[in-house]
Design a protein around this ligand. Structure first.
Ligand SMILES: CC(C)(COP(=O)(O)OP(=O)(O)OC[C@H]1O[C@@H](n2cnc3c(N)ncnc32)[C@H](O)[C@@H]1OP(=O)(O)O)[C@@H](O)C(=O)NCCC(=O)NCCS
Length: 182
């Protein structure tokens, strides 16, 4: 599917902050709209939700309009990880991470931390002081990861010991919100 923007997209170079390294064999670049299908195709398996349409939560527009604030990591086997995030237009000073995923065989090696630290550094340089994200109540991995990354979870009620905002994204669509200063 061709994407023919009037103006070529901005593709800023990526500089890893001091002290941040990628696991060996990995390279980082900005995603483009051409990467959309491949990234979305990983989601059911990487999220442990085969057969679901979870990938529809990551539509093509993110690859068209937020490629300059997102990352994609690759190795010899192909797609290794991705972070899709942006700086808020309506809330200057706030950055938001919409999706992060790491291929299952590459987990707990510090890859998501490296992507987050790089996103934090770029967001700080762009004038941001806070990063936000959300997840679903059952996603304990995401909750553990974000807590470890210094985020605070919040909600207006508690479900199975987790703070949750009821009906956050519509009836029955409860969410846990994460926030941390950068
Ligand atoms: C969540 C996810 C992105 C973490 O990626 P990762 O590369 O394994 O994470 P890292 O190795 O960088 O871990 C960073 C920190 O989080 C901790 N962490 C990561 N996964 C964890 C888990 N399942 N349980 C507890 N802690 C965890 C690590 O111990 C590490 O802590 P430390 O640096 O202080 O030692 C990955 O598990 C994933 O892709 N999960 C499926 C998709 C998903 O749920 N994404 C998040 C919601 S959008």
């Amino acid at each position: 599917m061709p994407d023919m923007p009037d103006v070529p997209p901005r593709i800023p170079a990526i500089h890893l902050p001091d002290g941040v390294t990628l696991p060996a064999g990995l390279t980082l670049r900005r995603p483009t709209a051409d990467d959309h299908a491949a990234v979305v195709g990983t989601i059911p398996e990487w999220w442990g939700r085969p057969g679901t349409t979870l990938g529809t939560l990551l539509p093509r527009l993110f690859f068209q309009h937020f490629s300059d604030t997102s990352f994609l990591a690759e190795d010899d086997e192909g797609l290794a990880a991705f972070l899709i995030g942006f700086r808020s237009s309506a809330q200057p000073g706030v950055a938001y991470i919409h999706f992060v995923g790491v291929r299952p065989d590459l987990r707990t090696a510090g890859l998501a931390r490296a992507l987050y630290e790089t996103f934090f550094a770029e967001s700080r340089a762009d004038g941001c002081h806070r990063v936000e994200a959300i997840t679903g109540p059952p996603n304990r991995t995401s909750q553990a990861f974000h807590t470890r990354m210094g985020f605070t979870m919040s909600g207006d009620t508690e479900i199975d010991g987790v703070p949750v905002w009821r009906d956050y994204d519509g009836p029955g669509e409860h969410r846990v919100t994460f926030s941390r200063d950068i």
